[in-house]
Design a protein around this ligand. Structure first.
Ligand code: HEM
Length: 428
C-alpha cells in the first residue's frame, strides 16, 4: 500500500507554496500527478492525500466512521470549547448533529429572512454612493449581525452591544497571523501564552450568553436558533447543558461568519467582472437566476478549500489502496474545475445551473459532505440569497479596479486578496 506520488520539495517549501499561491500549487500538482497526489505540510508527521475525482470523494464522505485530520483542534479549541460539534468525533459528534440539525432545516429558513433583510438594508444605507470601497468588510459586518440576531437572538441592548464587541475581537484574534505565530513561539520558548487573552474573552462571552440562556429558559418562546437549541433533546430525553450550548453558539459564529461573508464578497466580485451576468440578474428578483449565480460562485470560488478526514479503514482510490490512518481531503477547487464535469470549467457561467440542472454529485462540494457536511448550508444559502437581492434592489455595483481579484488564503478560507473593491451608486 503506497500513497499517490506528490511534489518532492521539502515540507517547508510545499507549505510556503500552499500558503502563498494555493491555486497554482494545486494546479501544478494536478498537471504533474493527476487525480490524486500526496503533499507534505510543515508540522504534520504524515502526508495529506488530495483528491479531485467525484467518485473518490463520494467514497470518502459516505463512510461515517472516518475521523478528523489533525489540525482543526489546535487553535480552535480555546475558542469554540471542548464540546463543540466542530471538534467532537464518533458517537458524541453524531448525537450533537442530530440535535442541532432540525433548527437548520431548509424549511425553517424562511423564519430568518426578515432579520437578514433588515440587517442588510441598514448596512447598505451607509455605503458610499460614488467612491470605491471594499465590500468584504461590509459583508463581515452583515454576517456578524445576522448571527447575533438570528442565532443568538440577544434582545437586551446593553448585553447585545458588549457581546458584539467581544465577538468582533474574538474573531479578529482567531484570524490574526500574529496569534498563530505567537502560539507556536510560546510553545517553543515559553513566552506568555497568547491564547490566554482569548480564553479571558471567551469567558466573558460565556457570562453574557449564560445570562441570556437563563432568561430565555425562564420566559420560553423565541424563534432564534438559541431558543430551539434550548428546547432540543438528546435521544435519552436530556437537554444540552448550558455551558455546552455556549460552545455550540460560538461554534456557529466561527463556522458561519467569515465563510458566508467571503462567499458573498466573491459573488459580488464575480458579478462586477461579468457585466452580462450582472445585467441579467438585474434587481435580483429572478429567483432561479439568483440561485444559479450562488451555485456558480460557490463552484468557481469555493471558500473552504479542504474538508478532510483521517481514514478509519482502507480506501480504494484511483486503483490504489490508501491505508487506514491516512489523512485524505478533497481538493475542492480542483473537484470544481474538472473539464470532464464542467464545460469551460474556469468560466463564470450561472446559466449552467438553469433548467433544473442539479449540481453533479460530489463534483460540487463547497459545504463538504457526509456526516460532517456543513450544518449551516441552508442558512448560508438563504443568507446569500437575501443579502444579494437586497443589495441589488438598492445599488448597481461596479468594479472599482480593472483586474479580477487574486485568491488569498486567509486562515482556513480562500478570500479575495483586495477585499473586493466596488463602487455602488444607487439603482435608478
Ligand atoms: C457559504 C458559507 C459556508 C461555507 C462555504 C461553509 C463550508 C463548510 C465546510 C466545507 C465544512 C466542513 C464540512 C466537512 O468536513 O465535510 C463546514 C462545517 C460546518 N459549518 Fe459551514 N459553511 C458555511 C456557512 C455556515 C454557516 C452559516 C453555519 C452556521 C450558522 C455553518 C456551520 C457549520 C458547522 C457547525 C460545521 C461543522 C459540522 C460538523 O463537523 O458536523 N457554516 N462548513
Amino acid at each position: 500500500m503506497t500513497l499517490p506520488p506528490g511534489p518532492a520539495e521539502l515540507p517547508a517549501i510545499q507549505t510556503a507554496r500552499w500558503l502563498l499561491r494555493p491555486i497554482s500549487f494545486m494546479e501544478s500538482c494536478r498537471r504533474r500527478f493527476g487525480e490524486a497526489f500526496s503533499v507534505r505540510f510543515l508540522g504534520f508527521t504524515t502526508p495529506m492525500v488530495m483528491l479531485s475525482d467525484p467518485a473518490a470523494i463520494r467514497t470518502l464522505y459516505t463512510e461515517r466512521r472516518h475521523g478528523l485530520p489533525p489540525g482543526r483542534g489546535v487553535a480552535l479549541l480555546p475558542v469554540v470549547g471542548p464540546r463543540s460539534v466542530l471538534l467532537l468525533e464518533g458517537g458524541e459528534h453524531l448525537a450533537r448533529r442530530k440535535l442541532m440539525l432540525p433548527p437548520f432545516h431548509g424549511e425553517r429558513m424562511r423564519a430568518y429572512e426578515a432579520t437578514v433583510r433588515d440587517v442588510v438594508e441598514r448596512d447598505v444605507a451607509g455605503w458610499p454612493r460614488g467612491e470605491p470601497f471594499a465590500v468584504h468588510p461590509r459583508m463581515q459586518a452583515v454576517t456578524l449581525e445576522v448571527i447575533v440576531r438570528a442565532v443568538f437572538g440577544v434582545s437586551d441592548p446593553v448585553r447585545g452591544q458588549r457581546l458584539r464587541e467581544l465577538l468582533r475581537s474574538l474573531l479578529d484574534a482567531t484570524a490574526s497571523f500574529g496569534l498563530q505565530f505567537g502560539f507556536m513561539l510560546a510553545r517553543r520558548i515559553g513566552a506568555p501564552d497568547p491564547l490566554e487573552k482569548l480564553r479571558r474573552q471567551r469567558a466573558e462571552i460565556d457570562t453574557l450568553l449564560l445570562a441570556e440562556i437563563g432568561e430565555r429558559r425562564a420566559e420560553g418562546g423565541g424563534e432564534d436558533i438559541l431558543s430551539l437549541l434550548l428546547e432540543a433533546r438528546f435521544e435519552d430525553g436530556e437537554p444540552m447543558a448550558d455551558q455546552e450550548i455556549c460552545d455550540q453558539l460560538v461554534t456557529l459564529l466561527v463556522a458561519g461568519h467569515e465563510t458566508t461573508a467571503t462567499a458573498l464578497a466573491w459573488t459580488l466580485e464575480l458579478l462586477v467582472h461579468h457585466p452580462a451576468a450582472l445585467e441579467r440578474l438585474g434587481d435580483g428578483s429572478d429567483a432561479a437566476y439568483l440561485k444559479a449565480v450562488i451555485a456558480e460562485s460557490l463552484r468557481l470560488r469555493p471558500v473552504v478549500p479542504l474538508a478532510g478526514r483521517r481514514l478509519s479503514s482502507d480506501l480504494e482510490v484511483d486503483g490504489r489502496t490508501l491505508p487506514a490512518g491516512t489523512d485524505v481531503t478533497p481538493a475542492i477547487w480542483l473537484a470544481h474545475t474538472r473539464a470532464d464535469v464542467y464545460a469551460e470549467p474556469f468560466a463564470f457561467r450561472p446559466e449552467r445551473w438553469l433548467d433544473g440542472a442539479a449540481p453533479p454529485g460530489y463534483a460540487w462540494v463547497p459545504f463538504g459532505g457526509g456526516v460532517r457536511r456543513c450544518l449551516g448550508a441552508a442558512f448560508a444559502e438563504m443568507e446569500m440569497r437575501v443579502v444579494l437581492s437586497e443589495v441589488l434592489a438598492r445599488r448597481t455595483p461596479r468594479a472599482a479596479d480593472g483586474a479580477a481579484e487574486r485568491v488569498a488564503r486567509r486562515n482556513v478560507t480562500f478570500s479575495p486578496a483586495g477585499g473586493t473593491r466596488i463602487t455602488a451608486p444607487a439603482r435608478l
